[in-house]
Design a protein around this ligand. Structure first.
Ligand code: FE
Length: 343
């Protein structure tokens, strides 16, 4: 056998051996609770041979775990929802830079953390819901978040409590744009327009509008997709059919956009695999899988939202605010919501 072939055979068997003893893997800590995410990771493993190990839990608990594990953390990637959570992990200096041309090309700059320490994997809009029986789109088309503090809406708005991060991020985004004084007055007005003491999750607010217990609700767009898909049962399907989405888009900012996203941890032992994983998550195939299961909006511009979401329009104006601002102003938002009695 020629020497070169012998050498090649040697290296090949060495590679197979090391892969067998030290399998190629990536360790993911995720606070996303979707079975469809697990299916997606399997597709990644099948196409790359890289095994995905998953630890799932609540965002807060996982962040604490990563902090206490420190340098010895097995986690390569942290996946979560809401830019506020990702900002927190970056603030604890637990992320390392994501170095990938592909990622940079696909993810717009406003949907990344400072110095590319984290990135968006999907978008979600926090929007206004109304009952189609009660309002025509034309009646409401000029409505903005700013208008929701007007006495015109006294006792008419359903929204969940202030300990919810989605609401904190919405308020933080207003603080970033208008400052604390304006936002505090706005929040005061909004609280006096609550149709009831804040209770339940986002879907509960949409259902309140369907049942005419409230005229308007503020909630994340994908929850209506979930209800209309039938995955949440017949009751929620018929409730979903009664409501529609208004994307506040007449103001200069547009609909509030938040993200699901991920970052690579400083302690990562599998950095290259982590990059491959993130690039996969932004690929057309993975993005299609994401939007068709969670009804979030895609980051990859070649992928369309799920059909259920498309019926509410896809050309709405998106607020292009830098989402890391939501983390920066989070504690100011919490204090402000407390001051105005938002329970
Ligand atoms: Fe959610």
């Amino acid at each position: 056998m020629p020497k070169i072939i012998k050498q090649l055979a040697f290296f090949l068997s060495l590679t197979i051996f090391t892969n067998f003893v030290f399998p190629s893997e990536v360790n993911i800590y995720t606070s996303r609770h979707y079975d469809s995410d697990i299916e997606l990771y399997k597709i990644f493993t099948n196409s790359t041979g890289i095994k995905v190990n998953i630890v799932s839990g609540k965002s807060k608990a996982l962040i604490e775990r990563i902090r206490s594990e420190g340098k010895n953390s097995p986690a390569d990637i942290f996946i979560t929802v809401d830019a506020g959570n990702l900002w927190k992990v970056q603030d604890y200096q637990l992320f390392t830079k994501i170095e990938s041309k592909k990622v940079n090309q696909i993810v717009p700059k406003n949907l990344r953390g400072e110095n590319n320490k984290w990135i968006a994997l999907a978008k979600r809009a926090r929007v206004i819901f109304f009952n189609k029986d009660k309002y025509d789109f034309e009646d409401l088309k000029n409505l903005n978040y700013e208008d929701l503090s007007s006495s015109k809406w006294r006792n008419k708005i359903a929204i969940r409590s202030s300990n919810n991060l989605y609401n904190q991020s919405l308020v933080a985004s207003l603080i970033a744009k208008y400052g604390e004084n304006y936002t505090e007055n706005w929040a005061k007005g909004l609280v006096s327009n609550f149709s009831r003491k804040p209770q339940g999750n986002d879907r509960a607010q949409i259902i309140a509008v369907a049942n005419k217990e409230a005229d308007l609700a503020i909630a994340n767009s994908y929850y209506l997709g979930l209800m209309l898909s039938g995955k949440k049962g017949d009751k929620q399907l018929s409730a979903g059919k009664k409501v529609s989405i208004l994307f506040p888009s007449q103001n200069k900012y547009g609909a509030h956009i938040n993200i699901s996203g991920a970052g690579i941890l400083k302690s990562s032992q599998n950095y290259d695999n982590a990059i491959k994983f993130l690039e996969f998550m932004l690929s057309e195939k993975a993005q299609r899988h994401l939007v068709n299961n969670t009804f979030e909006y895609p980051i990859n511009r070649n992928v369309k939202p799920n059909e259920i979401m498309m019926q509410f329009g896809i050309n709405f104006k998106e607020d292009s605010s830098v989402v890391s601002e939501f983390g920066k102003f989070n504690s100011a938002a919490i204090k402000l919501m407390d001051r105005v009695g938002w329970q």
